[in-house]
Design a protein around this ligand. Structure first.
Ligand SMILES: Nc1ncnc2c1ncn2[C@@H]1O[C@H](COP(=O)(O)OP(=O)(O)OP(=O)(O)O)[C@@H](O)[C@H]1O
Ligand SMILES: [Mg+2]
Length: 590
């Protein structure tokens, strides 16, 4: 358990760099809160003066001054609490925003393999729920944990000064409380973490079902998913209820013990007054102080709970932040050759996924500058995997890939990604304008460049027909566009920066025959000036290429012109005919 406590403290300590820039404000917050609590503590002492002075002596002379004192203390307390609220909002919000930004940035830098492994809902809930918990901790729990602990100590000091007997009675109430809080803390932390993880799973389910709504509706899977959602929501509810039941048992202890100690104080005090070793004012003041200390003492339990919740939220946050960025630029990158010729070589390239399965086992390819090479292979043969290695979405696990003789890992990532343009099988678009979507990889892209890229991708016409042209916001994931339109925008995005090397993963897959012919023409123009690796699923795409490489069992089995392969390679013929049989029959006939 002490290990666990240490880890809680360590987790919390890592928050300091975020709070540090706001330490001046936080000091103001702490001081204001402390002073406010002290004002509150002063009131029972003035009460003692009133009871033992004017009331005891039946002489009202000093009364107005004492009353005024009470009023001022009350006012001071109110004003200081107001200041606390005002001042704390900013640092807390900024800590939250800064941490969220860092998380986002880190998520951007993490390799694709990380995102394959992690559920997006878990990441979402870490970026939202968990950071809100952290903000609450910074704004509230940490401040009151410090202040209330001090106030309790000071309050007990005051009671001690009033009467040591009364202190002993109060301590009888306070000590068991501290011990119980200590044990409760460990139990609570486990449940708090479980609740946060389950909230993450729930977010994943919601997210998936929203993104996949078309598929789910089409396959009538809605009710089943609702059932799954309900089950997860129930699980989360059970955990939350467990959390609450732990809190409830703590609360009952928290409430009973101070009551008992006040009863004890009244008993001891009455005996003291009857026997003449205590004044009425002293007893009144001590009971008033005890009553005032109730909230600080009560609160320590749930402040600890809040602290634990924050610690486990932070733990979840650090888990992501601590995931290593495995694809990084070199310390001293090789500058880009000027001009980049675009000579791409795969030398004995191997790639295995984290589970150890090797998808590529020694790929050799040589793309001459300006050449277009089509990559053909059965589904699941590793074509997408191979293309992802060029812009370093993942790194080779053996061999190397060079551009103009330089290992791609020796360029800075920024440089590499300006040299290599990519379009993926699934044309992912963002809810942003057409210009932003197309210019994604080029900072401060000019409208002329976007237009040219759109023209090349045969997308200008339909973009101009959109309500606001280039400025039209494309719906989430581009769902408001047709598959072919999306693909053409993705193509425009790949070429807008005029990259020397283009990697296109089946760029024509979603086009109908008519537009395909049009885009093909456009593509032909694009491919003329760049070195291109194009994954092809159709003979029409293959025909755009100078040469074709056939990927089988993780190696390049054959390479040559479309004609040559068709004549000499049975596997190639079989593959292509399975892709689109009409065309191949024409081919063979001709
Ligand atoms: N993240 C991953 N972890 C483990 N295996 C994976 C992962 N991603 C893909 N694979 C596997 O790697 C193999 C190659 O996948 P890849 O997507 O490269 O195939 P492909 O040739 O592009 O197929 P298609 O023609 O259907 O697009 C497949 O067997 C696939 O199941
Ligand atoms: Mg693929």
């Amino acid at each position: 358990m002490s290990d666990q406590r240490n880890s809680t403290i360590q987790t919390l300590r890592r928050l300091w760099p975020y709070v540090r820039p706001h330490r001046a404000r936080m000091t103001v917050v702490l001081s204001a809160t402390m002073l406010a609590m002290l004002c509150g503590l002063g009131i029972p002492l003035l009460t003692q003066r009133i009871v033992d002075g004017p009331i005891q002596n039946k002489e009202t002379g000093p009364l107005p001054w004492l009353i005024l004192g009470v009023l001022l203390l009350g006012l001071g307390e109110a004003v200081l609490f107001y200041i606390r609220r005002k001042v704390v909002a900013r640092p807390a919000a900024e800590v939250e925003a800064r941490m969220r930004f860092d998380l986002y940035q880190h998520l951007q830098r993490l390799p694709v393999a990380f995102h394959d492994r992690w559920q997006s809902g878990q990441l979402l809930s870490r970026a939202t729920n968990d950071l809100t918990t952290v903000r609450r901790f910074v704004a509230f729990a940490i401040v009151f944990l410090i202040v209330n602990s001090l106030v309790v100590l000071i309050g007990l000091g005051i009671i001690a000064a009033l009467s040591p007997w009364l202190l002993i009675v109060s301590l009888c109430g306070a000590l068991p409380l501290i011990v119980i809080s200590y044990f409760f803390e460990a139990k609570f932390k486990v449940v708090a973490r479980k609740a946060q993880d389950q909230a993450g799973d729930l977010t994943t389910t919601v997210e998936e079902s929203v993104l996949g709504i078309r598929v789910l509706k089409a396959f009538g899977r809605g009710p089943e998913l609702s059932k799954r959602f309900l089950a997860q929501a129930r699980e989360l509810r059970t955990t939350e209820l467990h959390k609450i039941s732990i809190l409830a048992s703590l609360w009952s202890v928290l409430i009973v013990l101070p009551e008992l100690s006040i009863a004890g104080m009244l008993g001891v005090g009455a005996i003291g007054i009857v026997n003449g070793w205590m004044t009425v004012g002293t007893l009144v003041a001590a009971v008033a102080v005890s009553a005032y200390l109730r909230w600080p003492i009560d609160s320590i339990g749930w402040l600890l709970a809040e602290t634990n919740q924050a610690a486990s939220a932070l733990e979840r946050y650090w888990e992501v932040i601590d995931s290593p960025v495995t694809v990084t630029g070199p310390a001293t990158p090789v500058p880009l050759p000027a001009p980049v010729r675009g000579h791409v070589r795969f030398e004995g390239v191997r790639f295995a996924f984290e589970d150890g399965r090797e998808v590529l086992s020694g790929v050799d390819l040589d793309l001459r500058p300006g050449e277009t090479l089509a990559l053909v292979g059965a589904t699941g043969s590793g074509k997408t995997t191979l293309t992802a290695l060029v812009p370093r979405l993942a790194d080779v696990t053996g061999g190397r890939i060079t551009i103009d003789g330089v290992d791609v890992r020796d360029f800075s990532l920024e440089d590499l990604r300006t040299v290599v343009g990519t379009a993926f099988e699934e044309p992912v678009l963002f809810s942003a304008s057409v210009t932003e979507n197309v210019g994604l990889g080029v900072p401060d892209v000019s409208e002329a460049a976007v237009r040219e890229a759109l023209r090349v991708a045969k997308a200008e016409e339909f973009v101009d027909a959109l309500p606001w042209g280039l400025a039209t916001r494309i719906g989430e994931q581009g769902l408001s566009l047709s598959g072919g339109q999306r693909q053409r925008l993705a193509l425009a995005r790949a070429v807008v920066g005029k990259p020397a090397v283009l990697v296109l993963d089946d760029p024509l897959s979603a086009l109908d025959v008519h537009t395909e012919a049009e885009v093909e023409g456009a593509l032909r123009r694009v491919l003329r000036d760049t070195t291109a690796l194009v994954v092809a699923h159709r003979s029409s795409t293959v025909q755009l290429a100078d040469r074709v490489a056939l990927l089988v069992d993780g190696r390049i089995e054959a390479i040559g012109s479309h004609r040559e392969l068709l004549d000499t390679n049975e596997e190639y013929k079989r593959l292509l005919s399975s892709m689109d049989d009409d065309l191949i029959e024409e081919e063979v006939a001709s």
